[in-house]
Design a protein around this ligand. Structure first.
Ligand code: SF4
Ligand code: SF4
Length: 135
């Protein structure tokens, strides 16, 4: 069984085609959309977690590439550098799923991996460069 996060880039001509539907119907894969920015006739981005049998996973990725999508592995974790972090809370303001919060008692930064959708907003927001993504 394979389970991976994929970063998809849709060319404008494919932006409204139901390619994710085909992953389910034709390849028996289970996609979970973590993030998507899709607009008609524009390049789109999507971060997807895909689960399914290994062979089906590889065939599904090949199908996406045949459709003209660029497929790469998405980040699978974020790393907080405690030496650099000063618990200023700036990153919590851009973290829409509330994966990053300040502990109300200690005012220390907390990270909830289960809520993170690997959008990278916190990486950009941190003035101390205390957050990085791993693959
Ligand atoms: S923005 Fe950077 S320094 Fe501030 S709390 Fe977040 S990780 Fe720590
Ligand atoms: S990458 Fe950062 S901002 Fe985005 S959901 Fe994860 S913790 Fe929050």
């Amino acid at each position: 069984m394979a389970r991976k996060r994929l970063d998809l880039t849709f060319p404008p001509r494919q932006s409204l085609k139901p390619v994710i539907y085909h992953l389910v119907k034709d390849y028996d894969l289970v996609p979970n959309i973590l993030r998507a920015q899709i607009h008609p006739a524009q390049e789109g981005r999507m971060v997807l977690e895909v689960t399914g049998p290994k062979e089906a996973f590889q065939a599904g990725v090949a199908f996406l590439e045949e459709q003209g999508l660029t497929v790469s592995e998405a980040a699978s974790d974020i790393v907080l550098d405690d030496e650099r972090c000063v618990d200023c809370g700036l990153c919590t303001a851009v973290c829409k799923p509330d994966a990053l919060t300040l502990d109300p008692d200690t005012q220390k930064l907390r990270f909830d991996k289960d809520k993170c959708v690997y959008c990278e907003a916190c990486v950009i927001a941190c003035p101390r460069r205390a957050i990085s993504l791993t693959f």
